[in-house]
Design a protein around this ligand. Structure first.
Ligand code: SAM
Length: 369
């Protein structure tokens, strides 16, 4: 047992950490646990009572210590891989952060954020709070939509001096409907590298549970809040044979879904991905035409953050007469394969359908000759 006579929050942290260490790996009761106890004793005897600053520092050390222990408990391969990570100096690390669930921060992101000299952040308060939760500290540089180019010069000066700098947006992957692209562009133009540290992104998370078997997707981000501009954008997207992915805010979700149903037709499949990775996560699949009624049936369904995934334009079965009209002249002038390739492009039809039709035409021609 450990005799702890400090304030309650420290006591709780200490006891939680002790419990954690003992619960999670019996081996820690050996060497590592002794080290842990020694550290505790030193901290407790030398700094009693602690100032609020010391308390914070001590708690942060404990958090870091339990993280180190956690890492030590990991299977050998992950541990070795993490230990082997090298983060070159003079580089910008573009780090994805969780979109709601802190545990989605990658181990590599954790390691890089603990190794860098400064963090450029879309919102320094937000990122400061994230670093606090991770028990990390680093100087913060504000770098948002309105000062990205100027902030880039500060970052470049640090990189040129051999520092490592991370860029973090408020949530998810920087540069995806978030600042970051201008900073990366300026850093590269200065002859310095930008290194991705991948992780969560709401668009990719939603796509992964959409269940649409389509080979490509088009990320459209946020549609314009202006009615006409939004309708025009939807008209341009309508013929794409790719899954469409949109971001939307709660106060516009109903209007946007209605506009999508108007512009794309109510039959297309839609997946509404709400509050992904969070407590109230919800993924609902329905026809586009049924979505407004579903959203309006319960006010809670309109709360939180949204990704909309809409089925792409279906390949229409080509009209035989139209196919023949295109294939006949092409077939006269070109080898079958080339004629088919061009007809696929012109008619926008599936290759095997066009091929079958071209073959039938060729055989009919040969039989007639
Ligand atoms: N860079 C971020 C990414 O990689 O996903 C996106 C940032 S963008 C400013 C914020 C939008 O992403 C939200 O309005 C919402 O449409 C979507 N989003 C972010 N987190 C989400 C979540 N947990 N669930 C659903 N959508 C989310």
């Amino acid at each position: 047992s450990v005799d702890v006579t400090l304030n309650t929050s420290i006591t709780t942290t200490v006891l939680n950490s002790v419990t954690y260490v003992t619960d999670n790996n019996a081996q820690l009761i050996g060497n590592n646990f002794n080290t842990f106890l020694k550290m505790l004793t030193t901290e407790l005897t030398h700094q009693n009572p602690m100032s609020p600053m010391d308390t914070q520092e001590f708690t942060s050390q404990l958090v870091q210590f339990s993280e180190v222990e956690q890492l030590m408990n990991m299977s050998g391969n992950i541990r070795q891989s993490l230990q082997a990570q090298q983060f070159a100096a003079g580089a910008l690390y573009v780090v994805a952060t969780p979109i709601g669930n802190l545990a989605d921060l990658s181990l590599r992101a954790l390691k890089v954020l603990g190794s860098i000299d400064a963090v450029a952040a879309e919102d320094t308060r937000h990122t400061g709070a994230l670093l606090d939760r991770l028990g990390l500290r680093a100087p913060l540089i504000a770098c948002h939509e309105h000062n990205e180019r100027e902030a880039a010069q500060q970052v470049i000066a640090r990189l040129a001096a051999g520092e490592r700098v991370a860029y973090v947006s408020d949530a998810g992957t920087p540069g995806i409907s978030d600042p970051g692209a201008r900073l990366v562009d300026a850093v590269r133009a200065a002859g310095l590298p930008a290194v991705p540290i991948p992780g969560a992104s709401a668009a990719i998370s939603a796509l992964s549970v959409a269940g649409f078997d389509e080979p490509s997707f088009h990320f459209a981000g946020f549609l314009s809040p202006k009615q006409q501009a939004r309708a025009d954008a939807i008209t341009l997207l309508a013929p794409l044979r790719a899954t469409l992915v949109f971001y939307e805010a709660p106060h516009r979700i109903v209007d946007t879904v209605r506009a999508l149903a108007d512009g794309l037709g109510g039959e297309r499949r839609l997946v509404i991905a709400r509050e992904l990775t969070k407590l109230h996560e919800q993924v609902h699949a329905c026809a586009l035409g049924a979505a407004v009624a579903w959203l309006e049936a319960d006010a809670n369904r309109q709360r939180g953050e949204f990704v909309l995934v809409v089925q792409g334009c279906a390949q229409t079965a080509p009209d035989d007469a139209e196919l023949d009209r295109v294939l006949a002249p092409l077939g006269r002038e070109l080898p079958l394969k080339q004629a088919v390739t061009l007809a696929v492009e012109i008619c926008g039809a599936a290759r095997n359908t066009v091929y079958a039709r071209a073959l039938a035409l060729k055989q009919a021609g040969e039989a007639g000759a």
